[in-house]
Design a protein. Structure first.
Length: 289
């Protein structure tokens, strides 16, 4: 990444292809962790006082496939689209700024990351809306007998019927804030660690462990810094609230700690998933070169 490339259409094609593959693999790895995170974010501490209680309840009452992987179809497709858009938008913006401005490389990386995240939020919001609703559907049925759709198509139909086409972008403001700032941090962390490794070891290409460490660190930096916004976004998409309303609801019901429910398992899953995403993208790009 972050290098001037020629052959605009061909380069864009490979960015999209490699990004989509990397995103899909990363999503499969992280999805069970993400399910636990969303359930803890959207349910009070009286339901799940600890991460382990959420894992135990989900496994005993719903099993692995119906519990931890409930609704994976939409986010699997979404992860492919998300990372295709991320890497494509990032590299396009990076090369444009590199060729048409006098900004330092550091600021080009940050601006390109923010731009990529902003673009990706438009793709990601509908996917995460469906994902969040499906991830809590079985739980709400078992806890409250509140009937919810448990598959993708009926969920989409219900949203369209109730809110119209724009209802699919419920929570867009939360996703935009998380992705624009978060992607700035994500790409910025990876690229600067990459440059550090290359300089320290006087090499031209990172080793496998260096890529994995850089990717894992970028994932932890993104998720750790953006977790309160992600919690707000989850409430927005499961409770049909605006950004400020969701913020007030969390603060009034759970205090400041409510913004960080589920952060432990989120940071845990961000290590392997982001390490694999960057490793897959970098490895495929190297093979193509």
């Amino acid at each position: 990444m972050s290098k001037e490339v020629s052959g605009g259409f061909e380069a864009a094609f490979w960015d999209i292809l490699f990004g989509s593959i990397a995103g899909a693999i990363g999503k499969i790895i992280e999805y069970p962790f993400d399910t636990v995170k969303v359930r803890m974010q959207t349910q009070g501490s009286q339901v799940f006082p600890t991460t382990w209680s959420c894992i135990k309840y989900t496994y005993e009452n719903e099993g692995i496939a119906s519990g931890f992987f409930q609704g994976i179809g939409s986010p699997l497709l979404g992860a492919s689209l998300e990372h295709a858009c991320l890497f494509f938008s990032y590299n396009q913006c990076y090369n444009f700024l590199l060729n048409h401005t006098v900004l330092s490389n550091f600021f080009i990386i940050l601006l390109s990351g923010a731009f990529a995240g902003s673009c990706t939020s438009l793709v990601l919001t509908p996917v995460e809306l469906i994902k969040c609703q499906l991830q809590v559907s079985n739980l709400r049925l078992s806890l409250t007998n509140e009937e919810r759709h448990t598959s993708i198509i009926p969920t989409i139909r219900a949203i369209l019927k109730e809110k119209g086409i724009w209802g699919l972008w419920q929570g867009q403001s939360g996703t935009f804030v998380r992705e624009s700032i978060g992607s700035l941090i994500w790409f910025g962390t990876f690229e600067n660690l990459k440059r550090m490794f290359l300089a320290i070891y006087d090499i031209e290409t990172m080793t496998t462990w260096q890529v994995l460490i850089s990717g894992a660190t970028a994932g932890v930096a993104f998720n750790g810094s953006m977790f309160p916004v992600d919690t707000i976004k989850s409430i927005m998409q499961t409770e049909h609230l605006g950004f400020v309303e969701a913020f007030r609801k969390i603060r009034s019901e759970h205090g400041s700690a409510g913004f960080y429910r589920g952060i432990g398992i989120t940071l845990l899953r961000s290590v392997p998933s982001n390490a694999i995403v960057f490793y897959t993208y970098e490895k495929l790009s190297a093979l193509k070169a």
